[in-house]
Design a protein around this ligand. Structure first.
Ligand SMILES: NC(=O)c1ccc[n+]([C@@H]2O[C@H](COP(=O)([O-])OP(=O)(O)OC[C@H]3O[C@@H](n4cnc5c(N)ncnc54)[C@H](O)[C@@H]3O)[C@@H](O)[C@H]2O)c1
Length: 259
């Protein structure tokens, strides 16, 4: 029960990895705010949490709008009188060749995958600073250091998330604020299903470079997020933890004689 009476915000938590992260924090006593743009999925998820006896509320927000982020953080701080954990998780992939990538879609990806992480951290850190504590965990990706074709702006945004954890960890560490990132490998969420449907994600090709030869479960990403958000990680700041079935440890696809 590492999050008993702790107020925890998870963005992009109506489904996918964010939902698993929120569930893990809630199962350890967290008072949860689930923030997402998709009201329908959000309602359903909050209902599921409440049935399980978790304390949770949904907050509908478009994270590409910085003033909505500021309003949300102020609302939560005023309502609960504290904020303990912010998980910046909402993110999207747009899959196109760099030569065909539209400027508006590049800007949109950066707004959601990077700018929202910075400004949500900025807003929360104003409260964290007064409190003298606060933990931020950001969802990066294996693509941050192992980019794949047709995903270059996504990979760039995730490389910047690793940089964000390091730069803000450095600047804010002196106020008792820790900022880290978790970089997941492949997990079968809607985002990955869509990539398979588009013919861009090839599971066989992925298996050939994954030492553990399997996809990850959302709960395996969530447990790393909970660790970094908790006092178990009290000495860890500015780091990116790769939870990727060994992907980033691999050099080349297996040679045929190993099959
Ligand atoms: N699934 C994977 O294998 C994988 C691997 C590496 C990194 N990631 C990262 O994990 C995070 C979650 O991915 P996922 O696979 O769970 O995706 P998902 O598409 O299943 O869920 C993303 C959630 O973010 C919400 N969202 C999207 N735009 C939003 C906005 N403007 N404002 C508020 N909420 C918004 C969506 O409604 C959705 O609920 C992302 O940052 C993604 O880049 C995923």
């Amino acid at each position: 029960m590492r999050f008993s009476n702790k107020v925890c915000i998870v963005t992009g938590s109506a489904r996918g990895l964010g939902k698993a992260m929120a569930e893990r924090l809630a199962s350890e006593g967290g008072i949860m705010v689930l923030a997402d743009v998709d009201g329908e999925f959000l309602d359903e998820t909050v209902k599921q949490f409440q049935i399980k006896g978790y304390q949770a509320e949904g907050y509908i927000i478009d994270l590409t709008n910085v003033s909505e982020i500021d309003q949300m953080i102020d609302y939560i701080a005023q309502k609960y009188g504290r904020i303990d954990v912010l998980v910046n998780n909402a993110g999207m992939q747009i899959r196109k060749w760099a030569t065909e990538f539209p400027e508006e879609e590049f800007d949109f990806l950066m707004d959601l995958n990077l700018k929202a992480y910075f400004f949500a951290t900025r807003a929360a850190a104003r409260y964290f600073k007064k409190q003298g504590y606060g933990a931020v965990v950001c969802t990066s990706s294996g693509n941050s250091i192992r980019p794949a074709s047709k995903r270059s702006p996504y990979a760039i945004s995730k490389a910047a998330v690793n940089g964000l954890a390091q730069a803000l960890g450095n600047e804010l560490g002196r106020f008792g604020i820790r900022i880290n990132a978790v970089a997941p490998g492949y997990v079968m969420t809607d985002m990955v299903k869509q990539g398979i449907k588009e013919g861009i994600i090839d599971i066989d090709a992925i298996m050939s470079v994954l030492p553990m030869k399997r996809l990850l479960e959302p709960s395996e990403i969530a447990s790393a997020v909970a660790f970094l958000a908790s006092s178990d990680a009290s000495g860890i700041n500015g780091q990116t933890l790769f939870v990727d079935a060994g992907w980033s440890a691999n050099g080349l696809p297996e040679s045929k004689d190993l099959e």
